[in-house]
Design a protein. Structure first.
Length: 423
């Protein structure tokens, strides 16, 4: 009888153990997965260099309108967008995207700003808002939409603005220059809107703080500043907002305002605030040193993205002064032939040593720059005496090549410059 009880007990233990193992495998003892603990899936974002070059080459070779399957023109000469076709393209798997697909999307966004015959330049903000909305999959941008934001920024900075940067900084004394200048600024502003949603997307994705399946509400709101200054647009993305400041030269003070007024209100510990303060200060110094103008996207977390352009003539003047100082004051044995293009490349490079050396010079030896600029003005004034067609020409309106030509005269007083033969 005793043996039967032992055997029966073993059978019961075996059955209970089996049930426990089965229940464990089925997750009966695990806590339910809430929306807060669900993992946000990884995304494949980015385009390889060869494909990017192919996209921009096609854009340059064939700057046509996007196909009628995406946009048509109605009887009132207004664009009518096929929202579903656009959404299908933005939700296409990034691994299935061809260069031509991205070209179509770039052309679509470019066409959302139009210059009219009377010289006015208008951006269709509602069309951009609808594009952004269709580029979301739940709370996050689709990989194709994120890639479009990145590509459009590179396209505008390198292929639209850079070749025409002189127009942005010129006096715009003709209607043609005025219209072109406004169009370039609108392109930068529109790009900054896309930059803003990408920055917001990166913030919530990195913090893993939103796994909602709902597409955020998007609104673009104009906010006038006091006395006509510091106007901005706020792009409202769900419960967050990113401010878009229009094109301006005074980036140093704008970034400083973010650093001094907004950073102190962030819910960060002192170490994080110190790190962020240093980051913003470095950005301030850089935009000032490299003669940068830009539109700014500023998030609630005090992150900043810029759609930037450079004053090529001013950079050339600084480069010539910098090269002269390296030769005269730092014991270099050879004249340093630094150009504005060198400084521009430096500003976007990862060469921290070169950047630090130049920024230190700019901060400590601005009087050398002022002296060199004065010497350039004297050479130009002397040149005008024998070349009447240059009378009234200001130093700032010369091309970088003409600045280099004047610089040769400073370096070698016997040299005879000829501004008319340089572009």
């Amino acid at each position: 009888m005793k043996n039967k009880i032992v055997i029966f007990s073993l059978i019961i233990v075996f059955l209970l153990g089996s049930l426990i193992i089965l229940a464990w495998k089925m997750g009966w003892f695990c806590p339910p997965i809430s929306e807060e603990t669900e993992e946000i899936p990884a995304r494949e974002i980015g385009i390889d260099k060869d494909m990017e070059e192919s996209i921009f080459k096609k854009m340059l070779e064939n700057p046509q309108e996007p196909p009628a399957s995406l946009v048509t023109v109605n009887e009132n000469d207004q664009n009518v967008y096929n929202g579903q076709a656009i959404e299908d393209l933005l939700h296409k798997g990034s691994e299935n995207m061809e260069a031509e697909d991205y070209v179509i999307l770039l052309q679509l966004v470019q066409g959302m700003t139009e210059a009219y015959a009377d010289g006015t330049v208008v951006t269709d903000f509602e069309a951009i808002r609808q594009l952004i909305l269709r580029g979301y999959n739940g709370a996050y941008l689709t990989p194709v939409m994120a890639n479009l934001c990145t590509l459009y920024k590179a396209w505008v900075e390198d292929y639209v603005v850079a070749p025409q940067s002189s127009v942005i900084f010129s006096s715009r004394d003709t209607e043609e220059k005025k219209t072109l200048g406004e169009q370039l600024e609108q392109e930068m502003f529109k790009t900054s809107l896309l930059d803003a949603i990408l920055m917001n997307d990166n913030e919530i994705y990195q913090n893993k703080n939103d796994n909602s399946q709902d597409i955020p509400e998007i609104n673009i709101i104009y906010e006038p500043g006091e006395y006509g200054l510091n106007d901005y647009h706020a792009i409202q993305i769900g419960n967050k907002a990113v401010r878009i400041y229009p094109f301006r030269n005074g980036l140093f003070s704008t970034i400083n305002g973010v650093r001094e007024k907004k950073l102190k209100d962030l819910p960060l510990d002192e170490a994080e605030k110190k790190r962020k303060n240093e980051e913003l200060w470095e950005l301030q110094v850089a935009v000032h040193a490299y003669a940068t103008a830009a539109t700014l996207a500023v998030s609630e977390e005090c992150n900043i993205q810029m759609v930037a352009c450079y004053n090529d003539t001013e950079l050339e003047i600084r480069a010539r002064a910098y090269g002269t100082d390296l030769y005269e004051k730092t014991g270099k044995t050879e004249y340093q032939n630094v150009t504005g293009l060198d400084l521009k490349a430096q500003a976007t490079s990862d060469d921290q040593d070169q950047m630090a050396q130049y920024k230190t010079w700019w901060g400590e030896y601005q009087q050398s720059y002022e002296n060199y600029k004065t010497d350039l003005v004297k050479v130009l004034d002397k040149y005008k005496e024998t070349h009447p067609k240059f009378i009234g020409t200001r130093l700032e309106s010369l091309t970088p090549a003409q600045i280099r030509e004047l610089g040769k005269k400073i370096k070698d007083p016997s040299y005879t410059p000829n501004l008319g033969d340089v572009p």
